[in-house]
Design a protein around this ligand. Structure first.
Ligand SMILES: Cc1ncc(COP(=O)(O)O)c(C=O)c1O
Length: 385
């Protein structure tokens, strides 16, 4: 049914199809045990002090939050070596990405987006009426040279995810810093660093310095991944003070909720040890799972995130569906142009073992089918997120 009156830009967007939830898979497939490794969540969160802080804050839920977000901005400023005036708070990183579109994109502006990256950049750009220019990947990596070559005087925004979702790769910081020289005065780089905490700092650009040098950069961050608070919806951006003012102007006034802020403050202070322990566990498991995948003959891209991207000789949608029947939710990457690739979140040791066992079984079954009739089902490539 068509809806009269919708903006044409809305019609140009693709509806977000989320990954399956545990409840959905349990219900649909009648499975008791379901392991969700499709959304890059942190299996160890929320950490104890964050949970305590949220429960305490519940009693204040009838009141709007502190619009200045003083306490959390102070903590973040200290963490990153910037000032409070360089920080804007948002409802998840998603809220900050939406604000980027509102701040920078006018209809007809050109935006550059690597071809295999977080899908929301394209949808926000389309909604704002931008002309989207896709920049092919260099294998599994973001091609900074390709992006620089595509810049024109109509380029307004360059969306870069670093470390990249879904491939898990990082851009060499030097090439990223050099890129600013290729940029027109009024063009901006949105650097989505949702997974930055899982890479080592020397592999990432010095965002605080770039901001203090006056570069056209907004770094976008989230509490959803390393801090284990995906459901509390808290994110932030870092940029020059004038840009933060613009972001706050286009955002709704109370664009983060009391529970998220209370949890965010707790995780940055009293939960630090628990959070660090979880991060270390994820990095150890990332290595262990990667080695097992390699031993199974998969082509694993070295990850700088809390997920692993690996290529297989199979059709990824079929593989993901077979895993689903075995109670494991992963993300097939055909929609990004990697027909055989899977993105799997690093879970707990137990969850990862369940995934590895299910994958082994699936691969054996698929190999048997391939060597037999070769007639396994073909499932269409899914959405990209
Ligand atoms: C690259 C990237 N940016 C942003 C987000 C959204 O994060 P948030 O939960 O903070 O909205 C995600 C979520 O998976 C992501 O992968």
């Amino acid at each position: 049914m068509t809806v009269k009156g919708l903006r044409p830009e809305v019609l140009s967007m693709e509806t977000y199809v989320p990954g399956k939830t545990i409840e959905e898979v349990r219900r649909e497939l009648g499975l008791e045990r379901v392991v969700k490794l499709g959304s890059n969540e942190n299996p160890y969160g929320p950490f104890p002090k964050a949970l305590e802080a949220m429960m305490k804050e519940l009693a204040e839920a009838n009141r709007y939050p502190d619009i200045a977000f003083e306490e959390i901005k102070g903590l973040l400023a200290k963490l990153h070596g910037v000032t409070q005036k360089n920080i804007a708070i948002s409802h998840g990183a998603e809220g900050m990405l939406q604000a980027m579109g509102k701040c920078f994109i006018s209809p007809g502006d050109e935006v550059l987006i690597p071809s295999a990256t977080y899908g929301l950049y394209r949808e926000i750009s389309r909604l704002m009426g931008a002309k989207v220019v896709n920049i092919p990947m260099n294998g599994y990596s973001t091609d900074m040279k390709g992006i620089a070559n595509a810049v024109t005087d109509r380029t307004k925004l360059v969306w870069i995810c670093n470390p990249n979702n879904p491939t898990g790769t990082v851009i060499d910081p030097e090439s990223l810093e050099k890129f600013f020289m290729a940029l027109p005065e009024d063009a901006w780089v949105v650097l989505d660093e949702a997974y930055a905490e899982f890479a080592s700092p020397e592999e990432l650009p010095d965002r605080a310095r770039l901001i203090s040098e006056g570069k056209n950069l907004v770094s976008v961050r989230t509490f959803s991944k390393a801090y284990g608070l995906a459901g509390a919806r808290l994110g932030y951006g870092m940029a020059r003070e004038e840009v933060v003012t613009a972001i706050d102007t286009v955002s709704e006034p109370f664009n983060a909720n009391r529970l998220g802020i209370a949890a965010g403050v707790a995780v940055l202070t009293r939960d630090r040890e628990a959070c660090e322990r979880a991060r270390a566990l994820i990095l150890t498991e990332r290595e262990r799972v990667s080695q097992h995948l390699q031993a199974m003959g998969m082509s694993v891209v070295p990850s700088r995130t809390n997920f692993i991207f690996f290529d297989t000789p199979f059709h990824a949608e079929n593989l993901a569906e077979e895993l689903l029947y075995r109670g494991v939710i992963v993300r097939p990457c055909g929609g990004w142009g990697y027909q055989g690739a899977i993105r799997v979140t690093v879970g707990t040791e137990e969850e990862n073992d369940i995934f590895l066992a299910a994958l082994k079984e699936t691969v054996e079954t698929m190999r048997e089918k391939d060597s037999g009739t070769g007639s396994h089902r073909e499932v269409e490539d899914g959405p990209v997120r």
